[in-house]
Design a protein around this ligand. Structure first.
Ligand SMILES: [Cu+2]
Length: 215
């Protein structure tokens, strides 16, 4: 395993002293500058038990010419609606392998949500505003979480098993080596991962000659 890109100094606390902490994992993700990393997706795939997928409906807004939230996890078979909260039109599209679609220039909320039936990452763009990027991580595991602003996420009540772990981020510099966690009985596992990311380059262009601002 290449330790340059992935460091685990995870500490395992066995449950004994802690009550009702069966099979919980607390994750903390940081970037190479030791800053907490938001929008990191962590997917656990159990080796020995089958999972049931319960797809749901989610929302990605367009607010001030950005996708909000910028990254979401959708369980395979789920759907996403794309309300436009701006008073201008947007044109949402994806050319990704996991889902190709477009919602031609519109205001308000399109009547039909978009279904996502194939696992993978769907990258959203907008035909009008080049900088707009959104990401839908379509997952085939219910044990999929995304980090908050503190770079933290947690999985609660995991059945005993060994789980293969996949870690993804929109700015990921290099695929992260495979790692696994094992849950045996009541325990709380704290894990920290370091993820090397690329900087984002985002240029917001003015709309038309009268615009002076870049946002
Ligand atoms: Cu747009």
């Amino acid at each position: 395993m290449n330790q340059r890109y992935l460091f685990i100094w995870g500490v395992i606390f066995w449950g004994g002293a802690c009550q009702s902490l069966a099979g919980d994992i607390r994750l903390s993700i940081r970037d190479q500058n030791n800053n907490p990393l938001i929008n990191t997706v962590i997917k656990l795939i159990p080796e020995n038990h089958k999972v049931k997928l319960l797809p749901d409906s989610q929302i990605i807004d367009q607010i001030n010419k950005e996708y909000v939230p910028q990254v979401i996890v959708v369980i395979k078979g789920g759907a996403v609606s794309f309300p436009n909260k701006d008073n201008i039109k947007h044109h949402v599209y994806s050319f990704s392998e996991a889902k190709q679609f477009e919602l031609p220039l519109y205001e308000g909320t399109p009547a039909t949500p978009v279904a996502f039936d194939q696992e993978g990452v769907v990258v959203l763009g907008c035909n009008i505003h080049d900088w707009m990027r959104g990401y839908i991580y379509v997952s085939d595991s219910p044990y999929t979480v995304i980090t908050d602003e503190q770079g933290k996420a947690e999985l609660v009540g995991l059945p005993d098993d060994t789980y293969q772990v996949e870690i993804w981020h929109p700015q990921l510099k290099k695929d992260i080596d495979a790692v696994s966690y094992s849950i045996i009985g009541e325990q709380l596992i704290n894990v920290e991962h370091l993820v090397e990311i690329k900087p984002t380059v985002k240029i917001r262009r003015p709309q038309g000659r009268r615009s002076r601002r870049y946002n």
